[in-house]
Design a protein around this ligand. Structure first.
Ligand code: SF4
Length: 193
C-alpha cells in the first residue's frame, strides 16, 4: 500500500520528466517566460483533480514565510467569494491565481502539471482513443508559432502516469479526491502544519 511519501516521490519524478520535455521543446523554439508576468497563464482558477498535486502544493505552502501564507489565503478567499457571487462574472474570470505575486509564482517548485506544461501547444490521446489538443500561450502564438508550426508536446504519457499515481493514492486513502480549484485549495489550507 503506497504511503503519501511514495505518492509525492513519484509525482516529483513525473514533474522532472515534464520539466525536461518542456525545457527541450521551449529551447527548440527559443520560447522563454522571461519578463512575462504570467497573468495570462495564471488568470484561471485552475481545477486540480489529484491528491498528490494537492499534497505537494500544501507542502510548498507550509514552507513559505508566514506573511506570504496569510496573503495567499486572503487572496484565495477573495477569488472564492467572486466565484460564489457569480462564476461568469468578470471579476472571477479575470482573477489572478492567489500564488502569483507580481508575476512570480510563490509555489513554483510545487506548481501542478497544468502550470508546468502551459504555454506550448499539446495533444493527448485519451484511453478511448480520442485526441484532445490545446494551443500555446499568447507569446507562443505571436513569437514562435510561425517559425515552429509543428511544435507541440504530447502529454499522453504524462496524463497516463498521473492517473496511475492517483489510482494508487485513492486505493491507499480509500477515498476519491474531490476536485478543487486552486483558490478553494489555498483557501482551505491551514496556516500551520
Ligand atoms: S500555481 Fe503558480 S504557475 Fe500555477 S497558476 Fe498559480 S501562480 Fe500561476
Amino acid at each position: 500500500m503506497p504511503h503519501v511519501e511514495d505518492i509525492i516521490h513519484r509525482l516529483v519524478r513525473l514533474y522532472e520528466e515534464m520539466d525536461q520535455t518542456y525545457t527541450a521543446a521551449a529551447g527548440a523554439a527559443s520560447l522563454s517566460c522571461a519578463e512575462c508576468n504570467g497573468v495570462q497563464c495564471c488568470t484561471v482558477d485552475l481545477i486540480l483533480h489529484t491528491f498528490g498535486e494537492m499534497a505537494l502544493l500544501q507542502r510548498g505552502f507550509l514552507e513559505l514565510p508566514f506573511d506570504v501564507r496569510c496573503e495567499i489565503k486572503d487572496r484565495a478567499r477573495l477569488v472564492v467569494s467572486y466565484r460564489d457571487r457569480s462564476p461568469a462574472s468578470e471579476e472571477y474570470r479575470n482573477a489572478v491565481c492567489a500564488a502569483n505575486f507580481e508575476g512570480n509564482c510563490m509555489l513554483y517548485e510545487y506548481r501542478p502539471m497544468i502550470c508546468r506544461l502551459a504555454g506550448i501547444p499539446y495533444q493527448a490521446v485519451r484511453p478511448d482513443g480520442s485526441v484532445i489538443r490545446g494551443s500555446g500561450c499568447t507569446r507562443f502564438q505571436e513569437a514562435v508559432q510561425v517559425a515552429h508550426p509543428e511544435l507541440m508536446i504530447d502529454r499522453s504519457q504524462f496524463y497516463s502516469d498521473m492517473a496511475e499515481i492517483e489510482i494508487d493514492a485513492v486505493r491507499a486513502r480509500r477515498a476519491k479526491t474531490p476536485a478543487r480549484t486552486m483558490a478553494e485549495l489555498f483557501h482551505g489550507f491551514g496556516l500551520y502544519q
